[in-house]
Design a protein around this ligand. Sequence first.
Ligand code: AMP
Length: 492
Amino acid sequence: MPHGLIVPGRPPRPSSQQRSGPELQEECGLFGVFGHPQAALLSYLGLFALQHRGQESAGIAVWDGEYLDCEKGMGLVGEVFERAEVAAWPGSAAVGHVRYPTCGSSDPVNAQPLVVRTFPGTLALAHNGELTDAGRWRADLEQKGAIFQTTSDTEVIAHLVSRSGRNEAGEALLDALGQVHGGFAVVVLSEGELFCARDPNGIRPLSIGRLGDAWLVASETCAIDSIGGEFVRDVEQGELVSIGEYGIRSAQFAAPGRPALCAFEYIYFARPDSDVQGKNVHQVRKELGRRLVRAFPVDADLVTGVPDSSVSAAIGYAEESGLPNEIGLIKNRYIGRTFIEPTQEGRELAVRLKLNPLRQVVKGQRVVLVDDSIVRGTTSRHIVGLLRQAGAAEVHLRITSPPYRCPCFYGIDTSSSAELIAARKSVEEIRQAVDADTLAYQTLSELTGALGYRADQLCLSCFNGDYPVPPPEGATSGEGRGGRQGGLFSGS
Ligand code: AMP
């Protein structure tokens, strides 16, 4: 296979300017393997389990003892890679990445892993999250002559590694990661070692597992399970883990800050079969549903969750309320999030193809509709409308998280707060905007209670504006990334 090949998959999606409205950024998914003869195949399978974290591009880099090769392209894992080809790809260490970019950065050049030839050797970097100081670093490095090939802030790490003056990749990574700030998880493959690290606040998750004698690293434990591996532990805050022929080593690139795992991992991003920091996502979501019943009871006939992210919460709601948990909406899983239509008519059809109400279930019924979040309000308005068209007598919307008021600076481009409906409107105004009969959000204390953390152990900044890492210079919570930078730097 040619080295460093970028395989064109589907053509890139239209830029944000061409789209009807900005897409929300999903998380990215990381998967690493060390010490297995089929490292590429395992990465490919692991990425399938992480596909929900990013559907824009997929990539795998492999070390075969002589070369560090990388293939990546736009599209889903199954679109970018042929299983038979991946299975024939030699090498015992690999790193894989699935990505969903910020607005305007839907460019094949930003697909990861990012392969770079640095002073300490060739590296393949895969990154989930965002560096809050990427803009400052980039300006600084460019002024000193650095030439950037991508608009991804992952490249900042590559430049800092190369400029560290260290000739061992692990030493150089310790140095580079110690200089950047933000919410991030990284997995890096070098010529013979696999590294993984988590930001000092642990905002983004990253877990280590084993498969026989091989080591695995994954954004979520569901990917470790899916290939038959065993969870070992989570990467710690500010920790750089090195895996090589010597085994596994740990070092701190920065002292741990206050713990600040992203609460949205539990609420929306992670798969229900993942354990995030030892807590099962399905169980947590069920508890979120239960607490909504106790705090905001309502007379109704049935409960239904918006598939897929709110199915667990609806089960909890039904258990606590005694209402039947019904399938009120069917999601067509074969239409990717990348299904973009240029016309309004086409978009409406696409949305309708994706989600269809079960008329026989909801007709004449008072429906409790459980969803995980309202960001811009378009989804809720659409779904409430679908249920009404299908004959629902009442629609009571219950949101498992508090109002999403502030932009995220740690890898989820919720754009500017101007686009966040809860930043502009009261709960009653939102209820009217989405046309629900009643609307209730989870309170912050019920959220932290359900998650089993104290408020100062989580990142809740999208709800309360309390940022564990200072936002980028010049950014205000009123501006957000989209407004500030127009998507110049993409989180991953
Ligand atoms: P909207 O209110 O239309 O902007 O979309 C909210 C819906 O998108 C919710 O039902 C969530 O399930 C989902 N969602 C929340 N956050 C994100 C995100 N960062 N990326 C993609 N979808 C999201």
